[in-house]
Design a binder for this molecule. Sequence first.
Ligand SMILES: O=C(CO)COP(=O)(O)O
Length: 277
Amino acid sequence: MSTSATSSGRRPLVGVSFKMYFDIPKTKSYLDESISLLSSNLSSLAQPADVFVIPDFVTLTSVASQISSANSTFLLGAQDVHSQDSGAFTGEVSPKVLAQAGVKFVEIGHAERRRYFGETDEDVANKAAAIAKNGMVPLICIGEVSKPKNINDLSISDVEMVVEECWRQIRPALEAMDNQAEVVLAYEPVWAIGKSEPASPEYVVKITKALRRRYNKDYVESAKGRTDASMRILYGGSAGPGLFAKIREGVDGLFLGRFAHQPQAFIETIKEIAGTK
Ligand SMILES: O=C(CO)COP(=O)(O)O
């Protein structure tokens, strides 16, 4: 059976963050197995997709070596970054160094970094600009904190309220970046992270479609010079195999966590997103 993953013209994108779950041996064995599974499934994928892994900082360069020595198509991501290229910022990691290490996507503004480490929208904007300036792509996490009360019967203004909350998180970053810079939004409702199941597909499609409309209105149709193709939207928050087909109308792929901790589940999800011949 042949399934085509997107009709948008945007390249499908899917990846996993290990957060702080994996130790060094686990990271290595997970990558070994995922690299081998992906390469044996590559020829059955219906279309090319960007697939990334985001290890912790300690294992970043060894993961880069694992990927390049296996000639794998996996792309490398980082979980955070500082906004300056160098200086007296003890404990921080430079965007310039991440680029030198082979990183392509840099995650910023994750709900856990906002909640536990006080990351602000302004921090996210400064980091986004630094990431883009260093030739990498900011993967900006956004999402509403509370679950809307009438989630199964949302009015237009309920949707607008959620989009407004998300847009406050993304707008400063879009304003801070060069208009040509590519960006990825990871829409992760905070209340759906770390749960047994994701937000409902109907809800995710409503919100992600509204986010794209907002982006197109503010940055593509206005004379800001951005293109529809320069922003991809992922859904994250207890996502796993079986979800993408239900939300594909609104998103370009998934940002995975726990439900991709088994390499087989990760590869199954990649196949669902890229489609199979
Ligand atoms: O936060 C997430 C990805 O960044 C999602 O994590 P979980 O899928 O484990 O809820």
